[in-house]
Structures are given as C-alpha cells and as structure tokens.
Design a protein around this ligand. Structure first.
Ligand code: NAD
Length: 255
C-alpha cells in the first residue's frame, strides 16, 4: 500500500501503455504522481484513473524532446509538490522498422530526439532537485538495448544509448544518493501493441504465434509486469540496487 508513500514521482509518457500502468501502480502505493505526456487527453485520463482509485496525481503537458519544456515543467513540479524523489524516463517511440542502410537521417533523428535526448533532458533537469534529498531514476530501455534483432535500426541504437547512459549516471550520481537503473522489457501487450497486432496479417493470434516462442516463459508480457519492476526500483526496497539493467522479458535475452 505505502511503498512510495508521499514520494513525488514524475513519469514521462504516462498517458498510455506501461507509463500509464506504472503511474497507476505508483498511485496505489501512496506516491504523489506527476503524470506527464505529450497528449493532454491521455495524461488527464491517467490522472482520472489514479484519483478515482483514491490516489494523488496531477497532469503536466510535456514533450520530452524539448529541453525548454522539460526545464520549465520539472521546476514547476518541484515547486508545487515540494521537490522530486523519483523520475521514470518512460516516454519513447519505436520509429521506422527498416534496416540501417534504408534509414534516412530524419528518421534516425526523430527516434533519438525522444528516446535519447528525452532521457538526457529529463535526467539533466531532475538531478538538481534529486540532489537535495536523494532518490531514484528508472530508465525504460528495451531488450533491443541489450541484444540485436532484424527490426528497427534506430530504436536499437537509441535504447542501447539509454542502457549505457544509465550506467554512466549511476557511476556519477551514487554519491548524491541518487540511484539510477534501467528496465528492459520484452514484448509487452500494451493497448497500442495489441491494436497493431490485431490489424496485422493473422490478427492477434498470428502475432502471438510468432512472438510467444521468442520468450522462453511461453507468453508475452503485460504492462503491469513492467510497472511492478519499475515500482521496485523506484522504492527504498531497492536501496542497494544501482546501475542495474533489469530484464523483464520472459527470458528473451537469456537464450
Ligand atoms: N511495448 C513494448 O513491447 C515495449 C518493449 C520494450 C520497451 N518499450 C519501451 O517502453 C516505453 C513505453 O512503451 P509503451 O509501449 O507503453 O508505449 P505507448 O506508445 O503505449 O505509450 C507511450 C506514451 O509516450 C507518449 N509520448 C510519445 N512521444 C512523447 C514525447 N515526445 N514526450 C512525451 N511523451 C511522449 C505517448 O503520448 C504515449 O502516451 C517506451 O520507452 C518503449 O520504447 C516498449
């Protein structure tokens, strides 16, 4: 019930999928949740879900690829909620599904603007607030930040960057009492992924017949599987977990 009691927790991209599930889990554990997203409608919906369940949440409109917005919003959150304890760098886009030699510079830059610079900007502008009392940063990378596949070239490079940014920032900020860790989800059946699968050839069943065998546990994940891992890393239960890359992938990267 109280694993994040009264902690001010910023979650980026909290309007959908794993960001929304994480925000709801945090709200149920007593956090004061700063829901941020590029979509007001989706972010406000997350706030509604949290408050209707008895939690505390407020929405801020935020595009993580814009440093001016990140600086302004994080200062406002810290001012109005009394500091920052936890940052979850969740917002991300997957970009084009092409091999490297077909990707344009613009397509590459689009993914890096959100997935890499977004993590950089949010970390940069959260750290001065976290330095005042310690805390936790959780970066959402991917299995594709650890291993290769035939899919999405810019996304692999971007998530790989997030993996090593996590370790670098852990090395730097541990002495300030700021823990920095990453999570690496396998295939997670968010509403968006489910919808894409349903529209594809063979529908959801066809999609699952391809994806499930890649996960040795025999099935793909749910948003709450990742939310629970992020909750652990954000909470004081993980006080000695620092610089870790936690896979939440049903064994995808174990084989
Ligand atoms: N779903 C998967 O299978 C999977 C697997 C591994 C890693 N991931 C990663 O997990 C994270 C969440 O993925 P998801 O599947 O829940 O995504 P999603 O597409 O369901 O939700 C992403 C949210 O981020 C928001 N967003 C997009 N661009 C933004 C920006 N510039 N600034 C702020 N918010 C922005 C969107 O509005 C949306 O609410 C991403 O970083 C993704 O790369 C997803």
């Amino acid at each position: 019930m109280d694993r994040l009691k009264d902690k001010v927790c910023i979650i980026t991209g909290a309007g959908n999928g794993m960001g929304q599930s994480t925000a709801q889990r945090f709200g149920a554990e007593g956090a004061r949740v700063a829901v941020t997203d590029i979509s007001s409608r989706d972010g406000e919906e997350t706030v509604r879900l949290i408050t209707e369940a008895g939690g505390t949440a407020q929405f801020w409109l935020l595009d993580v690829s814009r440093e001016d917005q990140v600086a302004e919003v994080f200062a406002d959150i810290a001012d109005s909620l009394g500091g920052i304890d936890v940052l979850v760098n969740n917002a991300g886009i997957s970009g084009v599904d092409k091999p490297t030699h077909e990707v344009t510079e613009e397509e590459w830059d689009q993914v890096f603007a959100v997935d890499v610079k977004g993590v950089f900007f949010c970390t940069k502008h959260a750290v001065p607030h976290l330095q005042q009392g310690g805390g936790s940063i959780v970066n959402v990378s991917s299995i594709y930040g650890l291993v290769g596949s035939h899919e999405m070239a810019p996304y692999h490079a971007a998530k790989g960057a997030v993996t090593i940014m996590t370790k670098k920032d852990a090395a730097t900020y541990g002495r300030d009492g700021i823990r920095v860790n990453s999570v690496h989800p396998g295939t997670i059946l968010t509403p968006f992924v489910r919808e894409l699968a349903e529209r594809g050839e063979g529908g959801l069943a066809g999609y699952l017949s391809i994806m499930e065998p890649k996960h040795p546990i025999g099935h793909v994940g749910e948003p709450d599987d990742v939310a629970n891992a992020i909750l652990f890393l954000a909470s004081d239960e993980a006080r000695f977990v620092h610089g870790a890359a936690l896979t939440v992938d049903g064994g995808y990267t174990a084989v």
